[in-house]
Ligand binder design. Sequence first.
Ligand SMILES: C[S@@+](CC[C@H](N)C(=O)[O-])C[C@H]1O[C@@H](n2cnc3c(N)ncnc32)[C@H](O)[C@@H]1O
Length: 235
Amino acid sequence: MDAHVTNAYSGEIFDLWDTYKKVVVEDFMFHAALSQEVERALGARFRGGDFSLLDLGCGDAHVFAPILRRIPPASYKGVDLSDTALALAAENLKSLPCPVRLAHSDMLSALSDGGTYDVIHSSFVLHHLSTEDKAEFFRRASHALAPGGVLLLVDTMREEDETREDYLKHYFDWIENDWTGLSRAEKEAVYEHISTSDFPEPLSLLDRQAREVDLKRLSGEVPHRWHHLMRFERV
Ligand SMILES: C[S@@+](CC[C@H](N)C(=O)[O-])C[C@H]1O[C@@H](n2cnc3c(N)ncnc32)[C@H](O)[C@@H]1O
């Protein structure tokens, strides 16, 4: 574990893959709209084949893989703490026409492996880090971005005036009413996971942490309730 990482993240903090698949297929967390925006951002800046890509907390890569088949990178590296996820990702990414590397690694450690990347992508992972480690994430991402590179960050965020407690209450009320099709046991497992592992920040805090390390947020994003895509480049 890296000495600069304040919290130790190891093991499978996310073991709800069957439930998560349902959430993605039913589009409860707006994966469809957000991944369209990710695809637009990639397509606007890169043609297929001319960018290196680091995917932090790649999970099973179920959502990202089809985008990468349409806009293939020159190289793909995905890291995750879950071996289950990495095995599923290997299957989902096997038809990419580029070298694919998958590694069991913490996202912060992966950002200090000495590599630089044209695209650093992370979807629904950053909220697991403490506030201090989110600042460290931006610091390391800023160093690991190649000139002209872009950081694409999909994640849940609290409203500006929402405490974490309020956020959890609002988010759970929303799940209770809108996530139809999940069983009681599945919903309870989701609540347990979010209560113990999710620490979303207001957008302004992430924006400030990024600015402090010379990352400029690009305009034009549309939030989908608490779910956002943020795009950054080095100033
Ligand atoms: C909600 S899933 C998102 C998966 C995928 N990126 C997506 O958008 O569908 C969160 C993933 O982040 C991984 N994860 C959580 N904390 C991590 C960390 N500190 N470093 C690397 N991966 C992490 C989990 O194992 C899980 O696979």
